[in-house]
Ligand binder design. Structure first.
Ligand SMILES: [Fe+2]
Ligand SMILES: [Fe+2]
Length: 374
């Protein structure tokens, strides 16, 4: 089990990554007081990923769209189709083009318009507000590396019935698509950092993280291929080669959401999956968990770096979002407890692990991050 010692170790490494010392570490730990989590909540129904939409709110000024706030909370009427838990995770971003169109159609009522996007798991690849994932394609080149061959050997697929094989193939293909998207996500983060004048050590770590994600994708495609008895890899993915975050504030907010929160949770989930897996698979998953933990620490470092460059608006949004709390609904509805030895957590265990990571790591580290920015 990914126990309290591991959680404390992860939290410590993230605080150190932000450049915080022992006194802050002790302070964070003492401030931790969270109510016990209820574990008997009903499972949410499966939902399509990453829904999105737009909304406009009255502007304080009818002048230029520069009067609009870059980041605003989701208003009551927007994204009404989402559950309250999902609404708390939605990402909202000002859209200048949409604002101009809206103002042109209704000159008497100045508005500021925003796009919202449902949060995705892992480190999502978001381009113009859309989450991009490659679909699976028949190809053998993603399952040939040493890591992939080791994963195929560790799969333990010999005595599995066909329905279970199908469930495992689907699960590992979904994981593979997200790992594959993370490669591009880190490559785009490197472009953002170059554009904002980041120091070489951040660029080196981000580039190394992209290499880790290639290995993770190979492992996941190898497992999916083994369970499905066919060679699978990613289809081409249309990634625009340009930076996404124009300001340190954009970078801080984007990295907080997709790195500090999502990768911290991903690291905890990978650690928990490793704890229950068969011995050979556990070794591989422990390696992934260690990588993800390093990626999460990198995200806290990047966010702290961006906030130190001054962005009160982004810091306010981070504070607002952390006050609302985070939820991570289970996404592998078909995964039952019996699949734990294949590295697949049951939905209730996913929720429990994610909630523990949020309250034991994300919340205290967020308080420390905001104290840095104050
Ligand atoms: Fe990964
Ligand atoms: Fe990662």
């Amino acid at each position: 089990m990914f126990g309290s010692t591991n959680l404390a170790r992860a939290r410590r490494s993230y605080l150190l990554a932000m450049g915080l010392g022992a006194a802050t570490l002790a302070g964070c730990q003492q401030r931790e007081r969270w109510p016990e989590e209820k574990t008997d909540r009903p499972k949410p129904p499966p939902e399509p990923p990453c829904r999105n939409g737009e909304f406009c709110v009255p502007s304080a000024s009818s002048a230029e769209d520069t009067a609009c706030e870059t980041y605003v909370p989701l208003p009551a009427g927007a994204a009404a189709e989402l559950t309250p838990e999902k609404r708390r995770q939605v990402r909202v971003r000002f859209d200048g083009e949409l604002t101009a169109t809206h103002r042109a159609g209704d000159p008497g009522h100045a508005s500021c318009c925003y796009r919202w996007l449902e949060a995705c798991r892992g480190r999502p690849l978001l381009v113009d507000g859309e989450a991009l994932l490659a679909s699976a394609a028949p190809r053998g080149d993603w399952i040939q590396s040493r890591a992939a061959v080791a994963a195929r050997r560790a799969a333990g697929a010999d005595e599995i019935d066909e329905p279970t094989r199908a469930v495992l193939e689907r699960h590992w293909l979904r994981e593979a698509a997200h790992e594959h998207a993370s490669i591009a996500s880190f490559a785009l983060l490197a472009l953002d950092l170059v554009a904002l004048g980041a120091p070489p050590e951040l660029l080196r770590e981000v580039t190394n993280a992209a290499l880790d994600e290639i290995r993770h994708a190979e492992i996941a495609f190898a497992l999916a291929s083994t369970y499905g008895r066919r060679s699978l890899g990613p289809s081409p993915l249309a990634v625009p080669p340009r930076p996404r975050c124009a300001t340190p504030g954009d970078l801080a907010l984007d990295t907080y959401r997709s790195g500090c929160v999502a990768e911290t949770v991903a690291a905890a989930l990978a650690g928990e999956a490793a704890a229950g897996a068969s011995p050979l698979l556990a070794t591989i998953l422990r390696g992934i968990a260690a990588d993800e933990q390093r990626h999460a620490a990198l995200s806290w470092r990047v966010t702290a770096w961006a906030l130190r460059r001054g962005s009160a608006g982004a810091a306010r949004m981070i504070a607002h979002e952390s006050e609302l709390g985070f939820g991570f609904p289970a996404t592998t509805a078909a995964a039952e407890t019996s699949l734990v030895r294949f590295g697949v957590l049951a939905p209730t265990e996913r929720r429990r692990t994610a909630s523990r990571a949020i309250r034991s790591i994300v919340m205290p580290c967020t308080r420390a991050l905001l104290a840095l920015a104050a």
